[in-house]
Design a protein around this ligand. Sequence first.
Ligand code: FAD
Ligand code: ZN
Length: 477
Amino acid sequence: MTAVSSQQLAELKALAGPGAHVEDPAELAASLTEWRGLFRGAAPLLLMPDSTAAVSAILAYCHQQRIAVVPQGGNTGLVGGAIPHSTAERSEILLSARRLNRIRHLDAANYSITAEAGCVLATLQAAAADAGRLFPLSLAAEGSCQLGGNLSTNAGGTAVLRFGTTRELVLGLEVVLPDGRVLDSLRSLRKDNTGYDLKQLFIGAEGTLGFITAASCKLFPQPRQTATAWLAVPDVAAALRLYSAARDSLGDELTAFEFANRCSLAFVIKHIPGSRAPLAADSPWQVLLEVSTARESADTGADLERFLADMLEQGTVTDGMVAASGAQRDALWRLRHSMSEAQKIEGASIKHDISVPVSKVGEFVVRASAWAEAAVPGVRVVAFGHLGDGNVHFNLSQPVGADRSAFLARWDEIAAQIHQIAVDFGGSFSAEHGIGSLKVAELERWRGGTTLELMRAIKAVLDPHGIMNPGKLLRAR
Ligand code: FAD
Ligand code: ZN
């Protein structure tokens, strides 16, 4: 691959269509860095075609001319996956889905929605709600992230416990391959056993195998009742007992089970205007638990109150409150969703997005915290996440007054150890945010041998010239 010439840039702009590109450096700037500011890149051009045919023409041209392409959605990814890295010798152009943002079809009777990749997640949720349906994918970045980014990262979020990750919500996909061919598997079928399920390859592929242009996703009944509680527990072991009892007692209506340590909440209260601690006393660990149902005859609030009374009596829960209104529920979720933002304001942080079997979360947190506190005196453990999925955002905030870059310089050393602890418990070093640029070496370390060989073989078949998102997920060759 080479640097793009001005003639090639002109061809690309023409293929994207009128008004479908950005090349002004000031306008491009927001697309060249990501939310945490960890990655900064460069690109001569961003294209924003508004049709699958235009994406196909652009990729066919890039394939032929050996021009590298970096797909970008809402740019809310946290691992540098959507950031282009052009150099003097080799350009990478950005391909954005932002104008591919139509909802093509909502079939309420089929409980499905077919939408283009650039639809913002919150827009899809709202469209489903308007039709009396639920699109369950939900995460703090939902006001900006796009369906194509969600699919490409196989996003998790706060509803995985009940509805699964993005992968489990997909019925069909439309993808433009790196050579411009269109793979049309945009069917809305629950059953379709017709050989290899090719669409699965592109879900979680982080833009390295093709550009997703549209998807058909499952919808669910809109909940009629929702009950949400904020609870104090003495330790993670108690949170795990609570989780087990909640699944047992509340069954499939348990929709979310999030947890957070003291520091995670304290940073939110300190930095996010308008936030207030839900409980009077401070607690080492808190749980945000939600129950919801579409059943007409249910009394979710009463079921939850009864369950919590039992848990308080047993001492599993030491304090708690149930949201009395929609506004109170929103305020509780805002606390949970603000944890990453608040931690950012508090200073530099080294982040780990690990998963372990749910039963091992407590032991993981104890061992990882002890190691981190010994290795970095004064470090502040900010641990929160989706306990019901065994997914801990095990983050470390720099010691107060410490030098930001000296702390961040220890990222690889610290991450290697935390990931080792997760793997010791049968876990993964990358639960929901993906590999991007950040964890390419970790992928090689933990998924070597046949797994990596097969990944490289698939990449070589679909993208023989290595033009799609080079260096992300797999090292560029
Ligand atoms: P981008 O960041 O633009 O891209 C992500 C990757 O997908 C890149 O590799 C990019 O090249 C590729 N890509 C994007 N669009 C396409 C396309 N159309 N075709 C092919 N490849 C494409 N993630 C979770 O899983 N769970 C969470 O709970 C969660 N919480 C978050 C909270 C905050 C505050 C923030 C900032 C992020 C959070 N994330 C979370 C991470 C992020 O929101 C998700 O990874 C999201 O799915 C990314 O979507 P995006 O549209 O922003 O994608
Ligand atoms: Zn998360």
